[in-house]
Design a protein around this ligand. Structure first.
Ligand code: OGA
Ligand code: MN
Length: 282
């Protein structure tokens, strides 16, 4: 039996009686999935998981991405995990110290945008470094009928170079990562294959709408991002070691706040569930 507790007005629920290292049975997987669809973000606290435990747990919910779109950020020996960390690597600043600094949905700049992500906190920032999530189903549903009709017809062009802090990373890795992920257009409204819910699919990493100029697109992108990230549409997660936070990338955006001392360790591991093939190169 899986119990849950809602965490905010718009989205987010904590699941209380689960150990992700244990074999969880089919009924429990189904219950977690239902809670997840209903609340978009699921938090499982107090876990003492090793990398392989995270992988095993995540595989209950879909196929894991090997992160070929961002090969430099994978954990050694575990391509199914990305290491999001401030810890220096081989004497160089970590290339993932600034991941997630603007509102986004994971892997939107690929042709297999992520279905979901699971982020495990090994080490939280000593103070600050929270992650915020917003509900993109609500964002869509609270648009006027006219605005819904407009966005229904749009294709968002996602550009990896709009990732905040992207050019502060290693230049040769940046060049390769850009080559692997050329700008790609996806429908600005994403339909969840299980729930059928319609969600806005626009973020701060969208350069323009396909067939429209940047000048024409900018005010609409800005409006939609502001609308989606209103206070009442957000859950803000304060990390503790052992938290596993699972989010649906089809129905949420998130942002990793940089309000913490980056000379201190903040260390997270992310598994990514592959979504449907989508989009066209522009
Ligand atoms: C991510 C991300 C959030 C964080 O892992 O996809 O955006 O808080 N990181 O580190
Ligand atoms: Mn992210």
């Amino acid at each position: 039996m899986v119990n849950c507790e809602r965490l905010s007005y718009a989205l987010g629920a904590a699941i209380t009686d689960i150990d992700i290292r244990g074999l969880i049975n089919g009924d429990d997987v189904k219950s977690v999935q239902e809670i997840w669809h209903e609340n978009h973000v699921v938090i499982i606290r107090g876990q003492s998981a090793k990398p392989q435990d995270i992988i095993n747990f995540a595989e209950n919910f879909g196929v894991l991405d090997n992160h070929e779109a961002t090969p430099f950020y994978r954990m050694e020996g575990y391509p199914q995990l990305l290491e999001i960390t401030t810890k220096p690597f081989n004497g160089r600043p970590s290339e993932t110290r600034n991941v997630g600094r603007n509102w986004h949905s994971d892997y939107s700049y690929t042709d297999r945008p992520a279905a979901a992500s699971m982020l495990f906190c090994v080490n939280p920032a000593p103070l600050g470094g929270d992650t915020m999530f917003c509900n993109m189903v609500k964002a869509y549903e609270t648009l006027s009928d006219h605005m819904q009709k407009i966005v229904n017809d749009l294709y968002s062009v996602y550009d990896i170079s709009l990732t905040e802090g992207f050019y502060e990373r290693d230049p040769s890795e940046v060049a390769t990562t850009k080559q692997l992920n050329p700008p790609i257009a996806h429908p600005a409204v994403r339909v969840h294959p299980s729930s059928g819910k319609r969600a806005l699919y626009v973020s701060e990493r969208v350069s323009h709408f396909h067939g429209m100029s940047q000048e024409e697109s900018r005010p609409i992108i800005d409006f939609l991002c502001l609308h989606a990230t209103k206070h009442e549409n957000i859950y803000r997660h304060v990390w503790k070691a052992g938290d596993l936070v699972c989010w649906d990338n089809r129905t949420t955006m998130h942002v990793a706040l940089k309000d913490f001392d980056q000379t201190k360790a903040r260390h997270m591991l992310r598994a990514t569930l592959i979504g449907e093939k989508s989009g066209f190169l522009v």
